[in-house]
Design a binder for this molecule. Structure first.
Ligand SMILES: [Zn+2]
Ligand SMILES: [Zn+2]
Length: 464
């Protein structure tokens, strides 16, 4: 792990959670970011100023710094001067506040969510032993429920805890503490659903502070697809219920169905699908279908393309260019010479899908990305690299796909807007961000300058 970087700013959204006290940091509240480069990518841990503890190496020993000195020498104000130096003193007082010593601990990396549950449980035990009534609100909040479940589950064997995870089809790896935390978390929030970006399985990260995607497997190319999806634990997509005993056969079937629908190769579930296909079939039945002559074939291609594209209801997702659209339809006809126009409609729909279903799925993806991108202004950039990564995986280029997935991971963690001025610096020198190389930095620069990326346009064309 390399040298950490420290920044201060006003929270740009209400989406971050204080690493120390686990309370949401409200939009506009002052927050301190500890930027950590773990060798794979850089990430930021946010804390309230009052929850922030100076790193040991700076406030211990002969050269120990005061909080004031730390702010001056190490804290970077990313608001462009709104906080420092004017509010340095106020900030120092805030940092020196000992709000909650128990939770504050003595270094910035300690304090997993399970530790907080354990601490609260022990506090409750002490209260009970000394005859104090435990605070009633503790048993009502989600943390109160977590403590209750902890008391119930802590003496279970790891295999018994893993049964919960198996019944709910959750990733079962991890130490006993992690397995215990997953069982408590699932009981409170529900089963972790599938990744909104790639359909892969979601899991807790190693300290249970985030939900991440374990990637997916592409059967066409026999390749693992890396995925940068990441979300705060309470905001992760969930399915209900959480099973505390083995689910019945019907319940398992319901789980199968949800899982297969979440896989991205299958179009989004659409109860209207048969109705929409039915409408197109009716139109196709009206066509004169003579494939014996060249002219008849040409007419058939043009008319069937028309039917599936220019239709009152949903339209099939064929290329916008009419010539290319006809070529695609022509290929389907050529492969199925013996079939009627009406019989070809479901085949075409299955192959290309409806535009509207794809738009709905894309919107869902975009919403998922919006949650994970720290600086909302970087969303289009992150989305562009996400698409580029997916396209490389789709064409079977695992190396390029994986390295662009890492670029997505790096970009989504940036807490400042990427601009023409700073884009190239992401790939080199002092401002280099881990996993962004020169080529990627050039593409980032191109995108922030022009709103386009030639490589992406090229890959989209290859894929269609
Ligand atoms: Zn806090
Ligand atoms: Zn994923």
């Amino acid at each position: 792990m390399s040298e950490s970087k420290y920044t201060v700013e006003y929270a740009k959204s209400g989406r971050s959670t204080c690493k120390k006290c686990k309370v949401k940091i409200e939009k506009g509240q002052m927050r301190i970011g500890v930027h950590i480069d773990n060798g794979q990518f850089e990430y930021v841990n946010w804390t309230h100023p009052a929850c922030f503890t100076m790193p040991r190496k700076l406030n211990m020993g002969a050269n120990a710094m005061t909080t004031q000195q730390f702010i001056e020498a190490h804290l970077e104000d990313t608001t462009g001067g709104e906080i420092l130096p004017a509010k340095a003193e106020e900030l120092a007082t805030e940092i020196d506040k000992k709000v909650d010593l128990q939770k504050k601990g003595d270094d910035n990396h300690s304090g997993s969510p399970l530790d907080s549950i354990k601490q609260e449980y022990e506090q409750q035990q002490k209260d009970t032993d000394s005859g104090n009534e435990p605070l009633p609100k503790r048993t009502k909040s989600s943390s109160g429920k977590a403590v209750e479940l902890y008391a119930k589950y802590k003496s279970l064997k790891v295999d018994e805890l893993k049964d919960f995870l198996r019944w709910n089809r959750q990733v079962m790896t991890g130490t006993k503490d992690i397995v215990l935390f997953k069982a408590i978390d699932g009981n409170i929030y529900g089963r972790l659903a599938r990744c909104v970006l790639c359909g892969g399985r979601l899991k807790m990260n190693s300290d249970c502070t985030k939900v991440i995607c374990s990637g997916s497997f592409d059967e066409d190319t026999s390749m693992r697809i890396d995925c940068a999806y990441q979300v705060e634990v309470p905001e992760a997509p969930r399915w209900q219920p959480w099973y505390t005993e083995e689910p019945s056969e019907e319940e398992q079937e319901a789980m199968d169905k949800l899982e297969s629908e979440a896989s991205l190769d299958i179009p989004a579930p659409d109860p209207e699908l048969d109705v929409d296909i039915g409408k197109l079939v009716k139109e196709a039945e009206k066509l004169e279908w003579k494939l014996t002559s060249k002219d008849g074939l040409r007419k058939a291609v043009a008319e069937l393309t028309d039917v599936v594209q220019k239709h009152e209801g949903k339209s099939v997702d064929l290329p916008d260019d009419i010539g290319s659209a006809k070529m695609k339809v022509g290929e389907v006809i050529a492969r199925n010479r013996e079939k009627s126009a009406a019989e070809l409609v479901p085949i075409i729909v299955q192959e290309f899908g409806f535009k509207e279903s794809k738009v709905a799925k894309a919107a869902k993806k975009e919403a998922a990305m919006e949650i994970m991108v720290k600086e909302p202004k970087n969303l289009p950039l992150v989305a562009a690299f996400q698409e580029l990564s997916e396209l490389y995986f789709k064409e079977g280029n695992r190396n390029a796909g994986a390295s662009y997935a890492k670029v997505v991971s790096a970009l989504k963690e940036l807490s400042y807007e990427v601009t023409e001025e700073n884009a190239k610096g992401l790939g080199k020198g002092k401002t280099k961000v881990a996993n962004i190389g020169k080529t990627s930095a050039d593409r980032i620069f191109e995108f922030v300058c022009t709103g386009k990326m030639e490589k992406l346009i090229e890959k989209r064309a290859d894929a269609s």
